[in-house]
Design a protein around this ligand. Structure first.
Ligand SMILES: *Cc1c(COP(=O)(O)O)cnc(C)c1O
Length: 380
């Protein structure tokens, strides 16, 4: 545990939590010399993920970003195609659109769940009636307004790719996020609710799509004895060692979710008497995994997000700003954006200005939580 100069142990935002079973599956891979790509852990991890989420079929890949990239290719996204994507997200949601030479169009959040605004999405369809795909993010684990979004996209006959990188284990009307769109994507990056050190999964109810994802992720070899290629492939497959970590983690998925939920509830209760603080919203039709617990501060509050982050940092406690909206990123400056509001700053920018992601590590003790809460409350 890295300590700071005052001897305070580091309190993390969201770091890996290992249990032991991971090593058993990894050891098996070593013992059988199945260290190289593919092998029994990859196949089993795919089957176990499909059975946990009810997603149908799953392809284990090297990252969530790789899964989004292949997902877009499977949906036929090509040069100059328009792709609608949530604006308030991590850049990995939209970078793969640009890898394909397609054009991201950013859709603002609504305030109820912080996810893609159905109203802004409708307006985007008025201007661009034929986008190739819509990428919907479930931010910080809170399910988006899927009824409304799916209805709009179905009506326009445009496929949805769910970026469920942050929301593995979250449900909407009883089904797991990632299983509503034609394609869903999960991430096992180091800070996610379960991790393989790095990795991702592409899921779909359509077996043919998942089979094609596996082909594209292993250099797109044709079924010939020699090396023959009829299309461009990628080296995006998950290795058998990494999949072993994932299998061990998945055993503890439900437990991780319960602990994340407890962290959220603890903050919510602690800040109930501070009117300037609001928790990140939940979707009443869903059950979130609370990957990260976030707060927003009332407009004009003298305690700013920066003050909170500085106060925590001085005690060796990690926190971070809300994702900076994509339409405000220099690299996407030329892209179109649909604001939920008729005028003024967008919902996403407002959340970015007033929000903070609080430590949400499931290894945080009761004392850690009390310390964090004491520091924040001390500023009011
Ligand atoms: C983490 C994340 C990704 C990318 O996943 P990697 O496995 O890190 O490539 C994509 N989208 C969102 C919203 C994420 O939070």
């Amino acid at each position: 545990m890295p300590e700071n100069e005052k001897g305070n142990k580091r309190i993390y935002l969201s770091s890996p939590t290992m249990h032991g079973e991971e090593q058993r599956f990894v050891a098996e891979a070593f013992d059988t010399n199945w260290v190289a790509p593919l092998g029994p852990n990859v196949n089993s991890f795919e089957t176990e993920m499909a059975s946990y989420t009810g997603c149908g079929y799953a392809a284990a890949l090297s990252s969530g970003t790789a899964a989004i990239h292949l997902g877009l290719k499977l949906l036929g996204v090509k040069r100059d195609d328009i792709v609608f994507v949530s604006d308030l997200t991590f850049s990995a949601s939209c970078n793969p659109i640009v890898y394909e030479g397609a054009v991201p169009v950013f859709i603002d959040s609504e305030p109820d769940t912080w996810n893609m605004s159905p109203e802004a999405l409708e307006r985007a369809f008025e201007k661009y009636p034929h986008p190739k795909a819509v990428v919907v993010v479930h931010l910080y684990g809170t399910p988006a307004k899927l009824d409304e979004i799916m209805e709009i996209c179905d009506r326009h006959q445009v496929p949805v790719l769910e970026d469920a990188a942050e929301s593995l284990g979250s449900t909407y009307k009883g089904s797991f996020t990632g299983t509503f769109g034609r394609i869903g994507v999960y991430s096992f990056n180091g800070n996610k609710i379960i991790t393989t050190s790095g990795g991702g999964m592409l899921v779909s109810k359509e077996e043919a799509l998942v089979r094609e994802a596996r082909v594209l992720s292993t250099q797109a070899r044709d079924a010939a004895r020699h090396y023959q290629h009829s299309k461009i492939g990628y080296n995006y497959r998950m290795s058998n060692v990494v999949a072993g970590i994932g299998r061990g983690q998945l055993i503890h998925m439900s437990e991780h979710k319960i602990l994340k939920n407890k962290i959220y509830d603890k903050y919510k209760e602690a800040f109930a008497d501070i009117s300037e603080i609001s928790m990140n919203p939940m979707n009443p039709k869903g059950d979130a995994n609370n990957w990260l617990s976030c707060i927003t501060l009332e407009e004009g509050c003298r305690v700013t997000p920066t003050r909170i982050m500085d106060a925590l940092a001085s005690e060796n406690i990690e926190s971070r700003p809300i994702w900076k909206p994509m339409h405000l990123q220099p690299v996407f400056a030329g892209c179109d954006f649909f604001n939920q509001n008729a005028a003024g700053i967008s919902v996403g920018e407002d959340i970015f200005n007033r929000g903070v992601c609080l430590p949400s590590d499931i290894k945080n003790t009761d004392e850690d939580m009390e310390k964090i809460i004491r520091i924040i409350k001390g500023l009011f």
